[in-house]
Design a protein around this ligand. Structure first.
Ligand SMILES: Cc1cc2nc3c(=O)[nH]c(=O)nc-3n(C[C@H](O)[C@H](O)[C@H](O)COP(=O)(O)OP(=O)(O)OC[C@H]3O[C@@H](n4cnc5c(N)ncnc54)[C@H](O)[C@@H]3O)c2cc1C
Length: 455
């Protein structure tokens, strides 16, 4: 490998790096993906144990970007897409220890105990309320202004726990939920905007961008495995440690790293980092201190994810996507996904598979518990909310994430400015990953597709 030259070096083989590699391979580009782990996929990692197929990272994606539809088309028969069944529409919120379905029609919206009568009336006036004019308003303030406090506490707060493991008073909508922010800015109201957008003419790809919840036969790793194959496995190098990029005088970059075979050095015209803000300082030591400070001033939520499998399920009915637990309920779980209800073959017949989340921005100290302490909290909470007489799971797999989900807070603008300045100062360097452009798998696929077009 010593002294080799490639046009492009990609750092990281998560779904961002893999999607970029897939597109570059299609364009016959010369590139190398350097990955410090020993496998592709990043946080996407499907596991199989006994009769359970479970995820230890993301559980499902949303077909929320046309680039996702196009990518799945290109991968063709190498993936078997599985859209969540109809139960996906049923989502529960915990209030006073009981699950309540999020209302799916106007009658249920009137009768649900989740929101106050005052706020139910307030929603009727939402289309007539004038749009906000503070671009740095927090999500919590925006929702209180347009919908009312009970909608913040029992709709948006649990939704944000489910997506960001975050806090709505910390997140800024124009960065964290740009589609929602734009509905208000462009159409004056969430409700009016959603209705008008629904009627707008759409391209074929847009029509197929139906926000369906997706996984694959065999789990999400089927996607990353298929991308790894389609990108050309010879274009990947795993186990690359202590990678350091430095600009050379001739406008190229030198990339040094270590593998089991010793220290290696390669050069490239362009370098794309997909690691988010994690480890950027040691990866790109040539960037000035104040710029690096802006690039890495990004708080990630800490999360514990526990896969729980039961050969025989004896708790409450689990027809639905899962349940989220508002912060106001003061519980030690963020939410529970009913994975075996959504996707086929995840648990034995009559059994059940769950993904349970703990921690998050407002309950991080739970991530410091050791396994025994964590399981004792889990048992207490899970038995209670899932109405389970005995806690005797056949599968327990605990995964801790110290940097799970980046929080797009008030400093996001400074970070985006710093990225632009650094990229202008060092042509050929692209700083990508989840420090910008969205946190979900669909956002990552879109970002990588757009970068591939640039290259
Ligand atoms: C617990 C959890 C649950 C989630 N749930 C969902 C969900 O349900 N739906 C959804 O859409 N999204 C979800 N997400 C978000 C989604 O998983 C991520 O947005 C996406 O998978 C990130 O992909 P990535 O390639 O950008 O980053 P990663 O997957 O983090 O990949 C980055 C890669 O870079 C490598 N790397 C890092 N530093 C270096 C270095 N110096 N040198 C070489 N390699 C390096 C890492 O080893 C890793 O393989 C979840 C995330 C987590 C953590």
């Amino acid at each position: 490998m010593n002294n080799q030259h490639r046009d492009i070096v990609i750092i990281g083989a998560g779904v961002t790096g893999l999607t970029l590699a897939h597109h570059l391979h299609k364009k016959n580009k010369s590139f190398l993906v350097l990955e410090k782990a020993d496998r592709p996929g990043g946080v996407i990692n499907t596991q199989k144990k006994a009769d359970f197929i479970y995820e230890s990272g993301p559980n499902s994606g949303v077909i929320g970007q046309p680039e996702v539809v196009a990518l799945f088309d290109e991968l063709g028969e190498s993936i078997t897409l599985e859209k969540g069944n109809d139960l996906v529409k049923i989502r529960y919120i915990l209030k006073n220890g009981e699950w309540h379905a999020i209302p799916s029609n106007p009658i249920l919206a009137v009768t649900t105990p989740l929101f106050t009568l005052k706020d139910k009336f307030k929603v009727l006036g939402e289309p007539f309320r004038s749009p906000g004019n503070n671009p740095d308003e927090s999500l919590a303030d925006m929702v209180k202004r347009r919908l009312g406090k009970s909608f913040l506490d029992y709709a948006i707060d649990p939704f944000i726990l489910g997506v960001y493991a975050g806090d709505p008073s910390m997140l800024i909508p124009r960065y964290a939920l740009p589609k929602l922010y734009n509905l208000e800015q462009n159409y004056g109201s969430f409700i009016k905007g959603a209705m008008k957008k629904h009627k707008e003419p759409k391209t074929d790809l847009e029509k197929r961008t139906d926000r369906a919840v997706f996984s694959f036969d065999g789990g999400l790793s089927s996607l990353t495995d298929a991308l790894f194959q389609s990108a050309g496995t010879q274009n990947f190098l795993f186990g690359a440690q202590d990678t350091v990029v430095s600009p050379s005088e001739n406008g190229t970059y030198t990339i040094s790293f270590s593998t089991a075979e010793g220290k290696q050095v390669i050069s490239a015209n362009k370098v794309v980092t997909t690691t988010g803000s994690i480890g950027l300082q040691s990866l790109l030591p040539f960037i000035e201190e104040h710029q690096m400070a802006d690039l890495t001033n990004l708080k990630y939520a800490r999360v514990v994810e526990i896969a729980l499998g039961f050969d025989k399920w004896q708790g409450c009915p689990i027809e639905g996507f899962g349940g989220l637990i508002p912060h106001k309920e003061k519980r030690d779980l963020l939410g529970v996904l009913f994975m075996s209800s959504l996707f086929k073959n995840r648990a034995p017949e009559g059994g059940a598979l769950f993904s349970v989340f703990m921690g998050g921005i407002r309950n991080e100290s739970l991530c410091d518990l050791d396994d025994k302490e964590l399981l004792s909290v889990l048992e207490r909470e899970f038995k209670d909310i899932m109405k389970l007489p005995d806690f005797n799971p056949q599968l327990i797999d605990i995964k801790r994430y110290s940097h799970a989900i980046p929080q797009y807070a008030i400093n996001t603008g400074d970070r985006l400015d710093a990225i632009e300045k650094v990229q202008n100062q060092f042509p050929g360097l692209i700083i990508a990953g989840n420090l910008r452009d969205g946190i979900g798998m669909a956002d990552r696929i879109k970002q990588a597709t757009l970068i591939a077009k640039e290259l």
